[in-house]
Write a protein that binds this ligand. Sequence first.
Ligand code: NAG
Ligand code: NAG
Ligand code: NAG
Ligand code: NAG
Ligand code: NAG
Length: 418
Amino acid sequence: MNVVWRILFYIGVLWRFYGCRHFIVEAACPKGCLCLSPAQVMCNSGELREIPLKNMPLTVETLALQKNIFPVIKSDAFLGLKALRKLSLDRNNITTIKPFAFRGLPRLRDLSIQHTPLAVVASFAFAGLQNVSQISLCHNKILRIEAYAFAGSAGIRLLNLADNPTVLVETNAFSSLSSVDRLILPSGIRNISQDAFFALDMVGYLKLSFMDLSEVSAFTFRGLTNVKLLSLQESDLGVISANAFDGLDHVDTLNILNNKIDAIHELNITAVNHVRTLRLQGNHLLETPEPGSITLEGLGVLHVVGNYFPCGCHIHTLLDSPLANGSYASGEDFLSKNYCISPLEVNGLQMAQLDIFAIGRCHEQVTRENLEASGAASLAVSLDHFRWCRGSSSCISSLPYKEQCPVGDSENLEEMPV
Ligand SMILES: *[C@@H]1O[C@H](CO)[C@@H](O)[C@H](O)[C@H]1NC(C)=O
Ligand SMILES: *[C@@H]1O[C@H](CO)[C@@H](O)[C@H](O)[C@H]1NC(C)=O
Ligand SMILES: *[C@@H]1O[C@H](CO)[C@@H](O)[C@H](O)[C@H]1NC(C)=O
Ligand SMILES: *[C@@H]1O[C@H](CO)[C@@H](O)[C@H](O)[C@H]1NC(C)=O
Ligand SMILES: *[C@@H]1O[C@H](CO)[C@@H](O)[C@H](O)[C@H]1NC(C)=O
């Protein structure tokens, strides 16, 4: 009897011991993951179809869920991970992020979703990120950024969307991002809706480059306030429409650099815009703006340098405009610092080398068609590379100055010895 009891006792102890050990291992780490510590979990096995919340230690601070195959991030997908600070979902097969996918993560600071087929940043996908300061969305297939995608995520300081085929930035796309230092948008944007940047209250640096717009439409920048540097550069801006810059307020520097501009229907920057420095540099303007269509008032500094303008009879209209008429100091050496784009005979010539007085003012319809024809011929030469670039993404991506996603910690995680 004694012996039997002893045997039963040992069996019981052994069962409890193994069972318990088994239990600890299971509870500590989800299947398909490697728990390096209670604070660091890697699930890079490649086999996960769902977010492995079951058995995830609630103490996890750094979570890498890379190279898996979950196509959808559901709403509240990470609910309960209250200690989570850094989350990487790079290299997954993510095609959909549902609204409020990352809600309820009060300590999350750093979110990375790169190298996925994600095509839309849907409304509210990144909403309610109370404490996130950095989102890297580089190297995805994002075509569209919808309204209110980042609603209520006011702490975001860096939003990097580099290297996406983004075509459309919808109205209110960035609303709520009230303290962004750097907003890095992809190349090749074709359509920025009016009010796209509405309620971006405090932006360090907003660079819009390699765009392929048909127009800078009315109210594109409305509601964008307190910007250190807003730069439109290396883009085909199409037509600058009336009211394009209306509602843009408090800008240290507004750069319009190295663009092709088909026409300026109106450029009206006044004291209400509070623009300190306007720099127009290296642009090719294909048509002379109509008399009175340019108003530049209340600027601290105006730089108009290295641009190419039509030098036909309309040159007098240009020289009378505030770009050149001496309202600002830069107007005085306008002629020595800018160049002709047309007619063909003077293409590339410094304006100062022209005999301005010998160029007659335009008379009603005088040989207008001839002038335009020669203008068109010269453009084919000087704007060759713009034409070549239009619509060609390979060209765009081969151009310099492209913002790279910073090599963040999510990359380092991958290199960590396992
Ligand atoms: C990725 O997701 C798409 C759409 O959900 C699916 O068709 C495809 O088979 C998935 N690929 C892998 C490797 O699971
Ligand atoms: C949010 O981040 C700040 C700065 O790192 C930190 O001080 C604060 O405690 C965080 N909030 C929460 C709820 O963790
Ligand atoms: C830009 O996109 C909006 C919304 O889809 C559309 O209504 C508008 O016509 C587009 N504009 C251009 C110039 O393509
Ligand atoms: C330019 O903008 C100011 C301020 O918004 C406005 O009062 C003025 O009428 C505009 N001028 C033109 C020519 O549109
Ligand atoms: C330049 O042109 C603007 C607008 O036409 C005008 O208001 C301004 O007085 C002109 N400045 C000079 C110095 O002629």
